[in-house]
Design a protein around this ligand. Structure first.
Ligand code: C2E
Ligand code: MG
Ligand code: MG
Ligand code: MG
Length: 272
């Protein structure tokens, strides 16, 4: 912003240099090269049907395979978002995930969308283009948005309608951590609520906190079902948590108990 006002010869990096520390600049340079060199990889984590325990879909989770080791998204997604690099990166993620489904490596895939991507005027057009390029069946692709993407109710409703019109399915990620009410969701074409891991973590505990988490999850599931939404519990790490969530009527479960995120190649090699 400051660089723009100063005017003249402001390249991408000149603008950024004003807004980021040198450590961030170093990481940003690395991220740019990573995109060019193909150092990003998608890992996929199963989402299972709570009753049958069969895999219904996989969530795509990005990893940066740097020469000195693997970097998790929490270490670079915020910077990619703040710098705008998430825009080309997000398109890469969606194209890669859709290709995996189009090639029948996965039945269905769930892809995270950042608020900056969601807020682009041409977001739905980009998604449509990627759907067409890859030839994926749109119903097999889920887009996960967070409440931060839905702060402007009119615009977010338009974008969600456009995406839903393409045949994609929509999920609200990290539900219960923000401020959006279910009544605000009622008019939106969102089909799935992902209950945040902070609730799942305690849901099986006998403690007061555990009881409270359980009642909150019970209420979230009841409301979701009243609005015709399906629920996914995130971060299921134990059999006890899975049992409680299944008993509460949660539709799908996701977490280390059922499988960690793994690259496609490992899965292919594992499957006979
Ligand atoms: P998220 O979308 O809520 O994804 C779930 C996170 O919980 C993932 O972390 C997953 O590995 C982790 N997780 C799954 N099961 C368990 C469990 O049983 N226990 C625990 N402790 N953790 C579990 P990950 O892969 O590090 O991703 C973190 C966040 O980064 C994601 O949260 C999402 O917000 C963001 N992210 C990941 N990939 C992408 C991407 O391609 N695009 C965008 N925009 N964001 C992404
Ligand atoms: Mg997610
Ligand atoms: Mg989540
Ligand atoms: Mg989360």
């Amino acid at each position: 912003y400051r660089a723009k006002r100063a005017g003249g010869g402001h390249t991408f990096f000149n603008v950024l240099r004003d807004q980021h520390t040198s450590a961030e600049m170093e990481m940003l340079t690395g991220l740019h090269h990573a995109l060019e060199r193909g150092e990003f990889q998608l890992y996929y984590q199963p989402i299972v049907d709570a009753r049958s325990r069969t895999t219904a879909a996989h969530e795509a989770l990005i990893r940066w395979l740097r020469p000195d080791g693997l970097v998790n998204p929490m270490a670079f997604i915020p910077l990619a978002e703040a710098s705008g690099l998430i825009l080309p990166l997000g398109r890469w993620v969606l194209r890669e995930a859709c290709t995996a489904v189009a090639r029948r490596h996965l039945k269905r895939v769930s892809v995270n969308v950042s608020p900056l991507e969601f807020g682009q005027p041409d977001f739905a057009a980009h998604v449509e283009q990627i759907i067409q390029e890859t030839g994926v069946e749109p119903r097999r692709v889920l887009l996960e948005v967070t409440e931060n993407s839905l702060l402007d109710p009119v615009r977010s409703s338009e974008v969600l309608q456009a995406l839903s019109g393409l045949g994609l399915r929509l999920a609200l990620d990290d539900f219960g951590t923000g401020y959006s009410s279910l009544s605000a969701l009622a008019g939106l074409p969102v089909e799935i609520l992902k209950i945040d891991r902070s609730f799942t973590r305690q849901v099986h505990e006998q403690s007061r906190e555990g009881q409270r988490a359980k009642e909150l999850v019970r209420a979230m599931i009841a409301l979701a079902h009243a609005f015709g939404l399906t629920t996914v519990a995130e971060g299921v790490e134990t059999a006890e948590q899975a049992e409680v969530l299944e008993a509460l009527g949660c539709t799908y479960l996701q977490g280390y108990w059922f499988g960690r995120p793994t690259p496609l190649r490992a899965r292919d090699a594992a499957a006979p």
